[in-house]
Design a protein around this ligand. Structure first.
Ligand code: GTP
Ligand code: MG
Length: 369
């Protein structure tokens, strides 16, 4: 199996991809930026940079979380849609328009630096959960994570610009995760917009849009005027219908940590995406090496919630620490069990950090819940 690209590995080790390529060359390995590497290559390269790699097997990661559901217990759920693309191509603006808020304007320097999670009701009264990802090249790992928890990817390309490095990277992540892609040709209101040029560039990457006889749905949009956005949403919902997404709301919740931070007044605030089951206030949760009792839950507008079902993003108060983005969060039977597992994981992490080498944990990017 191949795990991640040379580029992803470089960003996990916090070095430039050129350094990785150079080190490979010195060892007689020819590696290109987007080339996906196997376990042996990753181990050897990481070792050169002083890192020690731990490969998590699927079994290990799914210890408690994986409970088979009876077909009869499954109910339709909302799609999770991740918005990806090159920096400044208008991802946050597009989502702002969709949910009629103004996040892009409030961001420092207009650059997204974290994953945002929002759920909206479309005009056709369907709930859709959106993840906004950063386009800046530094945030490869976050894009990979976004592609991993999603059902559908919207790839945003500014029609007055071109297919850019992070456009390609985003497409690669979506394809690696086996997620259907819908192309949004944004900024169509701009005088210099040339969507045909972008379609052409995409076709060179084997992304042939439907209008040109290909299999990829695409839509010209403007996040400024709103043109085409309803049609884009219809196309996304069409993809969602084909997927027949289902989950069991009547089991203990399992989700993924989107981000976590320490708030002076409220303690640890953890944004999670519930993927299956229903999370309720009072539940005991385990998230990475931390646990806690859910004291309160709010949606992205700050509104209090008592329950959060499948495909719902929610902010949780009450954890004993900040888990890492991408950690799995799950409801446990008892506080004792949650504490034990959290303590075990903390001990493991301590032992690992006591080893001299720096440490990276990789799991297969393509695997989803
Ligand atoms: P990162 O999150 O940093 O990767 O950027 P982003 O893709 O979220 O881009 P963002 O939404 O912050 O928009 C970048 C700039 O493009 C802002 O100045 C927006 O106002 C502008 N913009 C986005 N969409 C459109 C559009 O459809 N038309 C026009 N004219 N400008 C747009
Ligand atoms: Mg943004």
């Amino acid at each position: 199996t191949e795990f991640i690209s040379a580029n992803d590995l470089a960003s996990l080790m916090d070095v430039s991809v050129n350094e990785v390529i150079k080190v490979c060359l010195n060892m007689g390995m020819f590696v290109s930026i987007n080339q996906r590497l196997d376990a042996e290559a990753i181990t050897v390269i990481a070792d050169e940079f002083g890192y020690d790699i731990e490969f998590l097997s699927a079994e290990e990661e799914e210890t408690v979380a994986e409970i088979e559901d009876d077909e009869a217990d499954l109910q339709p759920r909302a799609p999770i849609v991740t918005i990806m693309g090159h920096v400044d191509h208008g991802k946050t603006s597009l989502l702002d328009y969709i949910r009629s808020a103004t996040v892009a304007k409030g961001e420092a320097g207009g650059i997204t630096q974290h994953i945002g999670a929002y759920d909206v009701m479309t005009k056709s009264d369907k709930r859709v959960t959106f993840l906004d990802t950063p386009g800046h090249e530094a945030f490869t790992a976050m894009r990979a994570r976004g592609a991993k928890v999603t059902d559908i990817a919207i790839i945003v390309v500014a029609a007055d610009d071109s297919v850019m490095p992070q456009t390609r990277e985003a497409i690669n992540h979506a394809q690696a995760a086996g997620v259907p892609i819908v192309i949004a040709l944004n900024k169509i209101d701009k005088p210099g917009a040339n969507p045909d040029k972008v379609r052409e560039e995409l076709s060179v990457m084997n992304i042939l849009v439907e209008e040109w006889g290909g299999k990829y749905q695409s839509q010209e949009v403007s996040a400024k005027t709103g043109a085409g956005i309803d049609d884009l949403l219809e196309k996304v919902l069409l993809e969602a219908e084909i997927l027949e997404l289902k989950a069991n709301p009547d089991r203990k919740a399992v989700g993924t940590v989107i981000e976590a931070s320490l708030d002076k007044g409220r303690g640890y605030v953890t944004t999670i995406l519930v993927q299956t089951g229903t999370m309720e206030v009072g539940d005991i949760v385990l998230a990475g090496p931390h646990f806690g009792r859910v004291k309160a839950m709010t949606d992205h507008r700050g509104k209090k919630m008592k329950k959060a079902g499948p495909a719902t993003p929610v902010q949780v108060l009450g954890l004993t620490g900040a888990p890492q983005a991408g950690d799995k969060i799950q409801v446990m039977d008892s506080e004792r069990e949650a504490r034990e597992l959290a303590t075990q994981r903390q001990q493991l992490a301590r032992e690992q950090s006591m080893r001299t080498k720096k440490h990276i944990t990789l799991d297969e990017i393509g695997r989803r819940l």
